[in-house]
Design a protein. Structure first.
Length: 134
């Protein structure tokens, strides 16, 4: 059996804290929705399918674009490409239909357009640096 080190003890404490935090966050969400988790997924699913059309706009002085793409991307099959001032913003759809980007990874939003807007806000005028997805 391996020796207990400070690093292992801190790692175990972190895992326990994350697990407890996830349960704490999940409990109010489940009680807030009387129809259960399936109803929450259903409401986000409407945003997921309805929010993946192409867009091209200027938001806070930055040009944001998005469009569905097929094959050849980071994920196999259909995907979605988002650009901020011509630089690609890596976005990903979550299992619940929400979207995240590499810039605002911990703040899921309903659509890729919202992910682009959140990235612009987070960048605060800084240029988007290309992200290697591998």
């Amino acid at each position: 059996m391996p020796e207990l080190t400070r690093r292992r003890a801190l790692g175990a404490a972190a895992v326990l804290a994350v697990g407890a935090g996830a349960q704490t966050l999940a409990a109010p969400a489940a009680s807030a929705n009387p129809n259960g988790p399936a109803a929450s997924r259903g409401s986000m699913a409407g945003h997921h399918h309805g929010g993946t059309e192409a867009f091209d706009e200027v938001f806070q002085g930055r040009r944001i674009e998005g469009r569905p793409v097929t094959g050849g991307g980071h994920h196999h099959g259909a995907g979605y490409a988002v650009f901020v001032d011509g630089a690609e913003l890596h976005v990903m759809s979550n299992a619940d239909g929400s979207w995240i980007s590499v810039v605002s990874h911990y703040s899921p939003v309903p659509t890729p357009r919202d992910a682009a807007r959140a990235a612009v806000v987070e960048l605060q005028g800084a240029p988007l640096v290309p992200f290697a997805a591998n």
